[in-house]
Design a protein around this ligand. Sequence first.
Ligand SMILES: CC(C)(COP(=O)(O)OP(=O)(O)OC[C@H]1O[C@@H](n2cnc3c(N)ncnc32)[C@H](O)[C@@H]1OP(=O)(O)O)[C@@H](O)C(=O)NCCC(=O)NCCSC(=O)CC(=O)O
Length: 500
Amino acid sequence: MNEGGTGRPDARTLIARVLDPHSWKSWDEPPRDRAAPGSDYAAELARVRARTGYDESVVTGEGTLDGRRVAVAACEFSFLAGSIGVAAAERLVRAVERATAERLPLLAAPASGGTRMQEGALAFTQIIKITAAVAAHRAAGLPYVVYLRHPTTGGVLASWGSLGHVTAAEPGALIGFLGPRVFESLHGYPFPQGVQVAENLHALGLVDAVVSAGDAREVAVRALTVLCAPRAGLDPGPEPEEADEPVPAWEAVTRSRRDDRPGVRELLRYGARDVTPLRGTGTGERDPGLLLALARFGAAPAVVLGQDRRRQRAGSPLGPAGLRVARRGMRLAGELRLPLVTVVDTSGGELSKAAEEGGLAAEIARCLADLVMLDAPTVCLLLGEGAGGTALALLPADRVVCAQHAWLSPLPPEGASALLYRTVDFAPEIAAAQGVRAADLRRDGIVDRIVPERPDAAYEPEEFCRRVGRTLGHEIAGLLDRPEGERTAARFARYRSLGS
Ligand SMILES: CC(C)(COP(=O)(O)OP(=O)(O)OC[C@H]1O[C@@H](n2cnc3c(N)ncnc32)[C@H](O)[C@@H]1OP(=O)(O)O)[C@@H](O)C(=O)NCCC(=O)NCCSC(=O)CC(=O)O
């Protein structure tokens, strides 16, 4: 076991820690060096090979992870800083192509100084073929999970390091495009501290998690349990219970606003399993009001994107970034043909200069468009409040499930009252007149199923969340058993016929 005196595992040690014991099989063939015989570079390669026991900066192969066959590509930093020349790139690309051909999920663990300087421009362009191979793997609907290790820089971060469906990073790892040593030599002063650090990238929504090498196995197992879950033949369980007693509209509105009403976090805690939270857009934007996660409801896998009412109330109203996070979830679901569960629970979107300038209305439009067009089974859960365009943005699913006291309305009832009568006093009457309740929504073909509250989700949060989880699992299993074309045609017909 070589920790290189850094406390960080080398490539082989990391692979042995993550995969099932004795399951590793190398795919590596001897590298075809670009170094001219007798050159300094050839001598350097020979020295590094003798010193490290690695024949190149990249190690590839397969093994099992909790019994599941996976392909693996990892960098070895002690070998010329994990830099990527033609031979390393060729090895990497062959492994990605083999993973695609054999329909294996791919785990990548880069740690690199980027393009290998000794090989110049041709090495630089290898980034393209690596990216193309990873893109083709993803386009084949196969999961790609990345663990960014210390340090990951340059063209490696700008290609296979940044293309994961899920991306974790090593604690304290230096992760940045520009090598800080290069920056300092060029400019004469150091690059700002605390920028190119895993924790900062996590805070900003550029990576999903910061995970020690010791915990990487568990995180990968959990993510793949969802990403690789069967997409057909799931047991839908018994027919879920339904609520048939309509409640007065204003009662539903007031109950939906209780502080102790369970939200999307409680739903994931009590009603789901194998939850992997994802962070932000993955491209540097986040919004605490929108939670994104992988999870399972019973056996049914899902990408969950949920409006977190508590976070919204605590000063993070749902803005355009939140809807861009939601659209990341939609892309993930579409690419991997994973069922999508959207959770609506919002008293309305952010009303501010920043939200307007950030394109809130346009993001609502793009969410609606992405969701109605999505090539994946979709279920919407109306969980509580459902006011305005940011609620509607997550609604148009194949199936819509509504909690008994949830509601949907173009504005909060107080806003509608103010709009019509210049006072909020008529909110209860307006709520009743606008047909916002679960029973009204079902009558109008907007909702398919109402989940009972006994008598209020706030009184029975755990049991209510389990009931909702069972209902979502049932709906997903039913959708997965329908041919995709039929499912999307039905979705179109459903929303085309609203009101007609
Ligand atoms: C990655 C690092 C932060 C690691 O710093 P450390 O202090 O841990 O290690 P170090 O700098 O001593 O590097 C270890 C050894 O690897 C060598 N080394 C580092 N990066 C290399 C590279 N890309 N090609 C060839 N050798 C490289 C160093 O010269 C050194 O050699 P020796 O031990 O013999 O002294 C730093 O090396 C660095 O800033 N590298 C440059 C990163 C970068 O800007 N890459 C962009 C490349 S162009 C690219 O990738 C394309 C693009 O940007 O789009």
